[in-house]
Design a protein around this ligand. Structure first.
Ligand code: GLN
Length: 447
């Protein structure tokens, strides 16, 4: 399996889905083989996987798609990756990503952009675009990404695979390089609901090394159409505007399939959603400005020479961080500064509270909510790189979920033909906190 995966990685190297290969993979696969021969039953025995390059795996390069971490080799393994390995999975390599997970297209990477396997002129989405492309191109069956505002779900949608953002706290963040700690969550990408269930049963669960980790043992299984009978599904009205025709028809087809299986469809309104993008970026950027303070060239990765300490740190950050990361550190610092804190950060926190309350209220009436994952299928490379606000707007359907802390799953739902190419479209199901299992049952029921 490992050899096959490596051969496929090689055949698809033009996609630039992987930043590096795991030099220890063959040795680790041999070790798994010995464990199996000794009679150990391993749920993921020999399964090749890739993990996003912001997840530490001992002995691998972890660059987060940034020049500033050039040459950095992880001295330890993140809990989620460790659990995969303990279950017999073999980490083949590290997936490309927007620098420090900031972006929606995987174009902000020091290792160059990842291409969409369905159309190489288009982006795979982001920031976990390498993970999504690797799964779509069948380099591996599953991959890990991280989702702070949509970075697992949106690339999953644009590449035609499944992508789950678990309830905040269900998967340990220990060993995940922090972007915005109160929003970050590791999640799996896969080509079937069964594979999602398999991986979640391995990676979810309490971890004493992550103080926000929850006590909630995973019990995932892919459902059947029976799981859809009587399900109350709420369509969020505010997500129905501004979508392309292919996104509209894919959502309609999903609603028809749900009705056909005995679910009931309701309309739910959350007017505060129009403030979600603003609130999200005013929370994510301040948290990022604080989290990224540790990259000063003294402890990790790349260091520029300077005549004194201050100059060495300044040059390291100036040359090591890309433009988008620098922009966010500056905006984040500004929004936190005295005099502006009340106007920006503190107001965004109030919107966050409101949004979370609105989701809770909606779940008093329906079991699950549904929206498009993205208003459009994969966009052209370069189309949004010179307009940060247009890039931020790509997250319109996903960011509120992270603010509320609830789980959401992007499911492949159809295609839109653009310029003669079939581009995948995804829809997103949103469940109450800790009901991640319901999402995977629904995905199985729709397969
Ligand atoms: N595109 C969003 C951002 O740039 C989400 C990224 C993410 O989920 N990591 O912040």
């Amino acid at each position: 399996l490992l050899e096959e995966s490596l051969a496929r990685a090689q055949a698809h190297r033009g996609l630039n889905a992987l930043i590096s290969l795991n030099a220890h993979a063959a040795e680790q696969a041999a070790q798994v083989q010995r464990r199996v021969e000794a009679g150990e039953l391993l749920p993921l025995a020999g399964l090749p996987v890739v993990v996003k390059d912001n997840i530490n795996v001992e002995g691998t390069h972890t660059t987060c798609g940034s020049r500033i971490l050039e040459g950095y080799v992880s001295p330890y393994t993140a809990t989620a990756a460790q659990r995969l390995q303990d279950a017999g999975a073999v980490i083949v390599g590290k997936a490309n990503m927007d620098e420090f997970a900031m972006g929606s297209s995987t174009e902000n990477s020091a290792s160059g952009p990842t291409l969409n396997p369905w159309a190489d002129t288009r982006v795979p989405g982001g920031s976990s675009g390498g993970s999504a492309a690797a799964v779509a191109a069948e380099i591996t069956a599953v991959a890990l990404g991280s989702d702070t505002g949509g970075s697992v779900r949106q690339p999953a949608a644009l590449c035609g695979v499944y992508g789950l953002k678990p309830t905040y706290g269900r998967v340990s963040r220990f060993g995940l390089v922090a972007y915005a700690s109160s929003l970050d969550q590791i999640g799996p990408l896969a080509r079937s609901a069964d594979d999602l269930a398999l991986v979640m049963n391995v990676i979810a669960g309490h971890d004493p090394r992550d103080a926000t980790s929850l006590q909630a043992p995973p019990q995932f299984r892919a459902g059947t159409p029976d799981d859809l009978r009587g399900l109350r599904v709420g369509v969020i009205r505010e997500s129905l505007e501004g979508n392309t025709s292919g996104v509209e028809s894919s959502l309609d087809a999903t609603l028809d399939a749900l009705r056909g299986a005995g679910a009931t469809i309701h309309e739910v309104s959350i007017p505060e959603l129009r403030h979600a993008i603003a609130a999200y970026y005013l929370i994510a950027m301040p948290e990022a400005s604080s989290n990224l303070a540790r990259f000063d060239g003294m402890v990790y990765g790349h260091r520029e020479a300077g005549s004194d300490l201050t100059q060495a740190m300044t040059l390291t950050r100036e040359r090591g961080f890309g433009r988008e990361v620098q922009r966010r550190i500056m905006i984040g610092t500004y929004a936190l500064s005295s005099g502006y804190y009340d106007a920006y950060y503190s107001k965004a926190m109030k919107v966050r509270r409101l949004l979370a309350d609105r989701f809770t209220a909606a779940f008093g009436e329906v079991d699950v909510l549904v929206t498009p994952t993205s208003p459009f299928p994969a966009f052209r490379r370069g189309e949004k790189t010179s307009d940060p606000l247009a890039m931020y707007a790509a997250d319109v359907d996903t960011v509120a979920i992270n603010l509320a802390g609830v789980p959401a799953l992007s499911v492949p739902a159809g295609f839109e033909v653009v310029e003669g190419r079939r581009l995948p479209v995804g829809v997103q199901f949103i469940a109450p906190a800790l009901q991640d299992e319901l999402l995977v049952r629904i995905a199985g029921g729709l397969e």
